[in-house]
Design a protein around this ligand. Structure first.
Ligand SMILES: O=C[C@H](O)COP(=O)(O)O
Length: 251
């Protein structure tokens, strides 16, 4: 399982760089603009320069409306700025067809600029609270649009968590659907260390975190701490080892 960490700007990205050996992807976002809030192009560029070259930089394009042209242009901005994972939150898409329209436009805009960049279609585990597409529709949206990964995060960061909205057996189905069409499955949403057993067991490819590696577990007031990134990674590695050894998922 890969570890994606979401700093909110250059300063926190430098803390991620200090913990670079413990993480796999640095994910640029602007949390005060939403769960998948988009940051400025110059911040993506600065973060690309600040983190080791072998660590991919991801950028969120926002909690986007159903406006394929607008979103495609924003996605191009992110990839031009140096991101090689482009994450789109399908906030304003109320049907799978709308999600596919948006993601097809994003895939074209991104891959015409950099065919190796990965496009991530993200839905929301708490979709019922905001009226967007059902979480289990996201793997098919990813597959039919040519995106590389299907993701879930939570839209409302109020302390509720991924498994509060989409229980582990439904997340397992999400992962199964993504893998059936050859996509990666990424899961996030106030994930904590004690979720890692389940996330490992169901075959999650990428886990995304912020709050769990901020001081006090507070994604807003807390700052990312390199020692918390290291501890989170150690727990991931423990579960990976146990899974490889065929032991039952531990808490
Ligand atoms: O992409 C990952 C998100 O930033 C997760 O943030 P969170 O762990 O605070 O919910």
């Amino acid at each position: 399982m890969l570890l994606l960490i979401s700093p909110d700007g250059v300063e926190e990205a430098l803390d991620c760089a200090k913990a670079a050996q413990h993480l796999d992807i640095v994910d640029v976002k602007k949390p005060d603009e939403g769960s998948l809030g988009a940051n400025f192009p110059w911040v993506i560029r600065e973060i690309r320069e600040a983190v080791p070259a072998d660590k991919p930089v991801s950028a969120t394009v926002g909690d986007v409306p159903y406006k394929p042209g607008t979103v495609a242009q924003a996605a191009l901005g992110a990839v031009v700025s140096g991101a090689t994972y482009i994450k789109v939150g399908l906030y304003g898409c109320t049907t799978p067809d709308q999600g596919i329209d948006v993601m097809r436009a994003v895939v074209r805009a991104v891959k015409e600029h950099n065919p190796d960049a990965l496009v991530v279609a993200s839905g929301y585990a708490d979709a019922h609270r905001i009226g967007c597409v059902n979480p289990l529709a996201v793997p098919d949206i990813a597959a039919r649009s040519g995106a590389d990964a299907a993701m879930l995060d939570t839209a409302v960061k109020d302390g509720t968590r991924l498994f509060d909205h989409v229980p582990p057996d439904v997340c397992a189905e999400f992962v199964r659907l993504a893998h059936a069409s050859g996509r990666l499955a990424a899961l996030a949403g106030s994930v904590r260390q004690d979720d890692l057993g389940e996330l490992t067991r169901i075959g999650t490819d990428i886990v995304g975190v912020r709050g769990a590696v901020c001081e006090g577990g507070d994604r807003n007031a807390g700052r990312i701490q390199p020692h918390l990134v290291a501890a989170f990674r150690a727990e991931m590695d423990r579960h990976d080892r146990e899974r490889a050894a065929g032991l039952p998922a531990a808490r």
